[in-house]
Design a protein around this ligand. Sequence first.
Ligand SMILES: Cc1ncc(COP(=O)(O)O)c(C=O)c1O
Length: 398
Amino acid sequence: MFRHLPPTAAPLSWSQWAAGWQRPRPGLPPRSPSFATQLATYLGVPACFTAASGRTALYLLLASLQAAHPGRDQVLLPAYTCPSLVKVILDVGLQPRLVEMSPETLDYAPGRVAQALSKRTLALIYVHPFGLALPVTDLLDAVHAAGAVLIEDAAQALGARWQGQQVGTWGDFGLYSLGPGKPLSAGGGGIVSANRPELAAALAAAWEQLPAAPARASLLAQARLAAFQLAFTPAGWWLASKIGLHKVGNNEASWGYARRGLSRAQAQVGAALLPGLAASNARRLANAHRLMTILAADERLTWPRPGTGAEPFYLRLPVLAANEAQREQLHHTLWSAGIGVGRMYERTLAGWFPQLASHPFPGAEAIAGRLLTLPTHHYLADADFDRVAAALSRSAGG
Ligand SMILES: Cc1ncc(COP(=O)(O)O)c(C=O)c1O
């Protein structure tokens, strides 16, 4: 009763939230390195740059790449991913080019990136969705041979590893998000990692143009973070879903972004959260494995199997139903049982942006129609696993 698991949540203690209120000591050096420096050390890269959101960080990165390569105007991205990526690419004045995907892997479909690369390609965005670690190394050579750069979008995957190395650090640049529901959730914020020293210098110049966040941004961020934290509890989500608040943010109005730096409060909360990230991701992984043993008994469902060398942690567990009708039925059954299942973006990017529908994307359409995500966060209790099992067997019999 009064309990509904949210689709996503991230742990935050009072002391981690309170870290956001710390003020610099006048006239004294800071007690610890900046958040950007701590992130660079954590990821093992030359430099990281922070901004008000992942979208802001991507905007600055693409604008600086565009200035350096004026003859190249296309950015390749998966045909099913976060729609705000397209908005950013268009805002910079570049052309998004959608690439077909495989439902079995949630990766690009084999051979499709090679077909799409051309002299016009400025960058390929390689997304590691839901904390998966996809085989980024397979594409690096082809992207570089085409004279383009590879941006790994690890917005949902901070802490996942591919062949022992953090995802986001294999390509030329990595993109990470500190937004609500992300692995390290400071209520908002974005990061770009420059993965080679010569790339860091160009980004440093781009970041000089970024206005600093005003003091009130810290106040707002702390209030937002507290509100999200309360909403993303089982009791808070129960209430939010009763009054319809759970749908806030599921629309185009939420794609906008402020072009300014990360607020001091968010940087301080992020730094306070970083030491606990590995433990929080390990817990998600353990919960995901427990869910998989339950789902394995249900032949309607499949999910992407990690390749050799992948160390995913499952920010959410992505599963595919056999078809859309079955997905809808499962969504209804699990949601009614108090489990915060999600359908994510619901449409392909060609569905959101019809001007990009150059040809059909059956693989991406299949993902949009069949995908269901299950929560893996720290609020899952023994009784929730039992609820998932009972709901699945009820719906299989019904
Ligand atoms: C795959 C992916 N890329 C980029 C972003 C943008 O990050 P932000 O919300 O911090 O702007 C998101 C956010 O949801 C995302 O899921």
